[in-house]
Design a protein around this ligand. Structure first.
Ligand SMILES: [Zn+2]
Length: 357
């Protein structure tokens, strides 16, 4: 089979290699990959900033967002059959208490592996094999859109975290601000809408027909932060902000987001801002507002299989009320032979996907 490979921490090392189709054991499933989604982590892998090859292997098969068809099942596998459409999760647990409890996204030890990123081959290949416990079955109606189930699961976890944190009181959230309209940002806004919350999505773009269509179909308000700076949003909107979600990747936006939640509100930080950045923040004022306002700032990373399963339900629900809307986020389809990591720098695209085979 053909597989894309990179040498971790080496920019420009992408190669297509020929290798054997994986042999499955009795509790494993062989999956034929249909599509592979690419994101910011892939861009970092391509730029040699990140990544780890499996032990004893000089290269890594990248790719962690995929959808495929079951080609073969081991004799001990139950409930998954040849022909089923499946998505595989990404993180594989270590032996810490959270990982052992099925919450590898909450790992406290850091020895977890991640398919296509850290120490385990990913899905940029014609086939992969996986244990049944890491596979999620996908209904026919979302068999294409679910190539984005992994990024959706990141937003599912974040929203779940927000609601879990807020169980500390009587809480009836009405308004949310989502900073950032990349794939995960759009999904976070959509999930909040499914929860009946009014959502304002904020970014620095104007007239993106695909995003505009999503805002209009999902009832999301869009604001350009070039026109209304983030710190002016609460006054401009003139309503309580119960939830703010930050996913811009901009440390300056994070600094501005700290003051978005109203009394009893919550800010969820969801983007990684790699580089060091200093901003003059009045810690006295920040502390005063946090304490007197019962506010919470919560970080959220990764997701576990429960968030993938919730994601399938939410995708199916969006698909049934707005057929084709999710799929419209896949703005570029490429063949593996034509793929290069440079393509991921095109900011016009929402979701780049490699079509396998
Ligand atoms: Zn762990």
């Amino acid at each position: 089979m053909k597989a894309g490979t990179i040498i971790p921490k080496q920019k420009g090392s992408l190669e297509i290699m020929d290798m054997d189709i994986p042999e499955i054991s009795e509790n494993e499933v062989l999956v034929k990959v249909k599509m592979l989604g690419l994101d910011g982590t892939d861009k970092e892998l391509g730029n040699g900033l990140y990544g780890e090859a499996p032990k004893g292997q000089g290269f890594l098969i990248p790719g962690h967002e995929s959808i495929g068809t079951v080609e073969k099942v081991g004799s001990a596998v139950n409930g998954i059959s040849v022909g089923d459409t499946v998505v595989a999760t990404v993180r594989r647990p270590d032996d810490c208490i959270n990982c052992k409890s099925g919450e590898s996204d909450m790992c406290i030890k850091g020895d977890y592996l991640e398919r296509g990123i850290k120490g385990e081959n990913g899905y940029m290949a014609e086939y992969y094999k996986e244990k049944q416990e890491y596979l999620v079955k996908i209904p026919e109606s979302i068999s294409e859109a679910a190539v984005m189930l992994e990024p959706l699961s990141i937003a599912e976890k974040a929203v779940k975290q927000v609601f879990e944190v807020q169980k500390r009181m009587v809480w009836q959230p009405k308004n949310a601000i989502v900073l950032g309209t990349g794939t995960v940002g759009l999904f976070a806004a959509m999930i909040l809408r499914l929860n009946g919350i009014d959502v304002v999505s904020v970014d620095r773009t104007e007239n993106n027909p695909i995003k505009d269509n999503i805002y209009s179909k999902m009832g999301i308000t869009h604001i350009n932060s070039m026109d209304t700076p983030i710190e002016e949003l609460p006054a401009k909107l003139g309503k309580r902000i119960d939830i703010a979600v930050e996913l811009t990747g901009s440390p300056k936006a994070v600094a501005s987001a700290l003051n978005l939640p109203s009394i009893n509100g919550v800010l969820c930080l969801l983007s990684v801002t790699g580089e060091s950045y200093s901003e003059n923040i009045d810690i006295g004022e920040f502390n005063y507002n946090m304490v007197l306002g019962n506010k919470v700032v919560v970080g959220s990373v990764n997701s576990n299989i429960s968030h993938f399963i919730k994601g399938v339900q939410d995708m199916a629900s969006i698909e049934s009320s707005n057929p084709g809307l999710l799929k419209s986020m896949i703005t570029r389809r490429i063949r593996l032979e034509d793929f290069s990591y440079d393509m991921l720098s095109d900011r016009e695209q929402i979701k780049n996907v490699i079509v396998m085979g």
